[in-house]
Design a protein around this ligand. Sequence first.
Ligand code: FES
Length: 64
Amino acid sequence: MTLIQLTALPDGPYRLEGHVTILDRDGRRIPDRGSPVHLCRCGRSADKPFCDGSHARTAWKEDA
Ligand code: FES
């Protein structure tokens, strides 16, 4: 059984552990970046769907 774990980090990205195929909005495969990867949930990343650290630089808070 393959275990995939998605964890919301406090005031930060989702941490995705395990190997999954990530597709862009046009259905094209995004090259594998290994595991874990961090997926943006603040909407501020310039490298979506991945986190680029913008949440920290802009002091994003998840429940603000
Ligand atoms: S969660 Fe890190 S840039 Fe959005």
